[in-house]
Design a protein around this ligand. Sequence first.
Ligand code: GRG
Length: 296
Amino acid sequence: MDSNDMRNAKDIKLIESALEGFLPDGGCLEKNLVDAMRYSLMAGGKRIRPRLALEFSRINGGADGEIMPAACALEMIHTYSLIHDDLPCMDDDDMRRGRPSNHKQFGEATALLAGDALLTLAFKTIFSGMNAQNAVRRAKCAEILAEYSGARGMIGGQIIDLESEGRKPELERLEIMDKKKTGCLIKAGCLMGCIGAGVCDGKKLDAAESYGECIGLAFQIVDDILDVTSTTDELGKPVGSDETQKKATYVSLLGTDKCRELVSEMTERALSCLDVFDGDREPLRELALSLAMRSK
Ligand code: GRG
């Protein structure tokens, strides 16, 4: 393990221990619900979004303890979106993060409720976990999370996706959809990290958002490439599903070579956004590069 891998592993451990602590007590009549929430929340995953929040807080001199509730809230929203996305009324996927998807394990109704409960727990976590003395930062983080995960953000992307079925594939529509569906939560992590550390400078906030937009797009393109080049075992979720569902992807519209070029271009752009920050840029450089080269 090199020093970057060690830093990532340490951060993932920190995030996972905080996530466990924010889960409600399951020793009651709601035990099955809490078990279903824990099942998906603690099932691994790359924890990219909370890591971005932590790193953008650190580069701006913020303390990990202050941003951690917001970082965890973001992961809760991400996990709820995965649970709901796997439901039969959405993508109907049987596997997620290397094991049966939530509804396969707990049934559809419980999975739906576990997603809902993670969504509401996210906002409770921000309000009860972040320091009340920084009430403005706390409120701003909650506002960003609501905005970027809501109708004009991630959920907006999902409805564009659902309504794309049977339509002629178009690159412009795909880009708008992915910027919302995938990009918005990634951008939210970057922005919440800055806000949690007290950044008010518009230039820095714009740069954090652009960094998020570029790595978000690169992340989605890599996801599309992996869907045709990887295996179910490696990804922990079904591969080839885009083609089976006849979904337009960057690979189907542009081909793999052009996609790889775009990933490099977006990653370079993301790295240049870091110039405005005075703190140590290396962890965010490394994060962007590792996402571009990821194999799962
Ligand atoms: C159903 C409310 C609702 C929203 C659905 C985000 C989303 C919208 C659906 C999730 C499915 C999907 C393919 C989203 C695209 C973004 C993406 C590649 C998610 C997977 O994120 P990773 O790779 O997952 O970070 P891990 O498991 O590592 O956390």
